[in-house]
Design a protein around this ligand. Structure first.
Ligand code: SAM
Length: 319
């Protein structure tokens, strides 16, 4: 399956969902008012790269700009982790047995980057004639706005993918996904014992979240013995990954923690939308500085599949 039509479908889906959300948030408000919210959201997202200041994931503007910048890179990180795991297995297959069922537990799911990545990986495996009949995704997050946008994005992505026969295997894979998301810990109720299981926490491990995430991961592991585990973070927080899932002797650890991302190329529709917001704000009087930083310029950059300096901790097993 070619990457170009997948990128185009995601580009259209993110920009359509983003534009709708922007219209909702700016309804009956003048640009001077909403520009301040945009500035605060971008400032809050910059905290993702600092040490311990928290990002406000309960803010709908933060969720919107997460989608309009980070989402493609995060899907790429999750996809890279999955592909590297598959390539490192003796049989080189997405599933170990021939039961055809997969159950993914994704913690700190945000806008469902892992669900998108699993679906693309499954589409490629279907093309290679592997048997996959059902993919359950159980996605858990403590904050609503990103998950809500992720669900809207999933719906729109389905529509965009279905329009393009070049990515028919992706349509097939999407039909097999049974997504479930929750903001409470009923995530581990009703696991399918015959399915192979994966656990993931993609860039959700932070100094203030890891104890809670570890508790949830340990609870899931009591019920299911995962066939693969995927943990990623910015390089600055790599040490936290081993805290939430220390090595055991039943699984094999992927030899590398730095892995080159699989996809590159850019997203013209999302880029255009961000530039439109930038030009509207830059016409306003006053300077939009937050915590002493002029962060509005950040809207005037090209959106790509890239993610800055990711680290990976991947476990798998062979049967
Ligand atoms: C940087 S985002 C990553 C989202 C997604 N995994 C991705 O790769 O795009 C971090 C996510 O962790 C969530 N989060 C924060 N604390 C959490 C906790 N204690 N349990 C579960 N999720 C949490 C946030 O709401 C946010 O959606």
């Amino acid at each position: 399956m070619k990457l170009r039509p997948v990128t185009e479908a995601l580009d259209r889906a993110i920009s359509k969902v983003g534009r709708k959300e922007f219209d909702r948030l700016t309804l009956h408000r003048n640009p001077q008012e909403w520009a301040v919210d945009v500035g605060h959201a971008l400032d809050s997202l910059r905290n993702l790269q600092s040490s311990d200041v928290n990002t406000d994931y309960d803010d709908s503007w933060v969720a919107l700009f997460y989608l309009l910048w980070y989402q493609p890179g995060q899907i790429n990180v999750a996809y890279t982790a999955i592909r590297s795991m598959i390539d490192s297995r003796d049989a080189g297959q997405i599933l170990l047995g021939d039961g055809g069922k997969l159950h993914v537990f994704d913690l700190g799911c945000g806008a469902l980057a892992m669900q998108f990545a699993v679906t693309v990986a499954v589409a490629i495996s279907l093309e290679n004639e592997q048997c996959i009949t059902e993919i359950r995704t159980d996605s858990y997050d403590t904050n609503k706005p990103l998950v809500t946008l992720g669900k809207k994005l999933w719906q729109q992505f389905k529509i965009e993918v279905s329009k393009d026969p070049e990515i028919a295997p992706l349509s097939e894979a999407i039909k097999k996904v049974r997504p479930r998301s929750s903001t409470s810990k009923n995530i581990f109720v009703g696991g399918n014992v015959s399915a192979e299981s994966w656990i993931s926490a993609i860039h959700s491990v932070y100094p203030n979240t890891w104890p809670d995430l570890k508790e949830t991961i340990d609870q899931i592991k009591e019920r299911t013995d995962p066939d693969a585990e995927f943990f990623t973070s910015h390089s600055m927080r790599e040490n936290l990954l081993r805290l939430i899932s220390p090595p055991t002797d039943t699984r094999r650890r992927h030899p590398k923690s730095t892995i080159a991302l699989r996809w590159s190329s850019h997203f013209p529709e999302i880029t255009r939308f961000r530039k439109e917001i930038y030009s509207e704000i830059s016409r306003l009087p006053g300077d939009f500085r937050f915590n002493g930083r002029d962060i509005i310029w950040y809207l005037d950059r090209m959106v790509t599949w890239s993610c800055q300096d990711p680290r990976f901790l991947i476990y798998t097993r062979d049967r």
